[in-house]
Design a protein around this ligand. Sequence first.
Ligand code: COA
Length: 161
Amino acid sequence: MQCVLKVCPQVKNEALDVLFASAWAGHRNAKIRPLLAQALVYVCAYEGKRLVGFAKVVGDGGVHGFLLDPTVAPDRQRKGIGKRLVARCAEEARRRGVEWLHVDYEPSLKAFYQACGFRHTEAGLRNLKEKRPNQAPEPTRTAVTSRAGARLTPAARVAQL
Ligand SMILES: CC(C)(COP(=O)(O)OP(=O)(O)OC[C@H]1O[C@@H](n2cnc3c(N)ncnc32)[C@H](O)[C@@H]1OP(=O)(O)O)[C@@H](O)C(=O)NCCC(=O)NCCS
């Protein structure tokens, strides 16, 4: 069956959930649909009415975009759908002003992202829910003083600039 890509279609949360549950180990029902309002662009792949693939780009409002959640249903993988989804996301992001498209991935997917045109770079990823071992205590906030002598928080200081 022909696979058709659609840019930012009306897609139901249940359809995204079914797709993600099939392709991501450990996926639990999640509110994926509301998050799409924050995306710069997202692309869905359909075979008939069935959602078989998805990818999205979030942006910083400038020239940087981050590719997230490329997903293809397991029974439809290795047919070029993932590569098409990423290419379409890249093109749509470029049309919206993005110059640098970032992605992070497991080492096993290096070949896929190279096939999609990404150059391998060293990147960092941190889980902010995990406490770091031997984490140094937060530095004490340095209060600064206004001309009038009042102590200002960093936010108030920025507001004064
Ligand atoms: C990653 C994913 C989106 C790829 O989708 P896909 O439709 O299977 O990819 P394509 O068919 O377009 O692959 C294009 C090329 O990338 C490479 N490739 C794709 N998947 C690969 C894999 N698992 N291992 C190694 N190379 C792979 C191959 O060179 C492939 O070409 P070939 O099939 O002619 O050899 C899909 O495997 C997936 O949904 N995985 C689970 C979710 C996930 O991990 N997403 C990525 C998050 S970073």
